[in-house]
Write a protein that binds this ligand. Sequence first.
Ligand SMILES: [Zn+2]
Length: 109
Amino acid sequence: QLSKYKTELEGKLYHEIGRFEKSTGICAECGQHHVLTLNDRNFTCKACEVYQSRDLSAAKSIAKTGELNLIAAGIVARVAPTSQQKSAIKTKVFELSKFAVGTEKKEVA
Ligand SMILES: [Zn+2]
């Protein structure tokens, strides 16, 4: 929940993949699946022979799965730059406070 909040705060897209989506033992380079035991912290891909960390390749696989899900769902993963969003909000607040001050002065006079 916190990472979803933080991601959206930064104007980025948050997407969760299925809890049972397979990620461990998938080669980050070619996508080859491997059966790993819990003791296999690293493995060498049997297809492309790239030696990799089990956790790192799993993380890359999760990121890839998420990306493919978004493309499959037809979601355009393009968000306006955070700097532009923030400046729009700031301008609004500034204009409102300026108006409030002006009204106050008129009432006093
Ligand atoms: Zn591979």
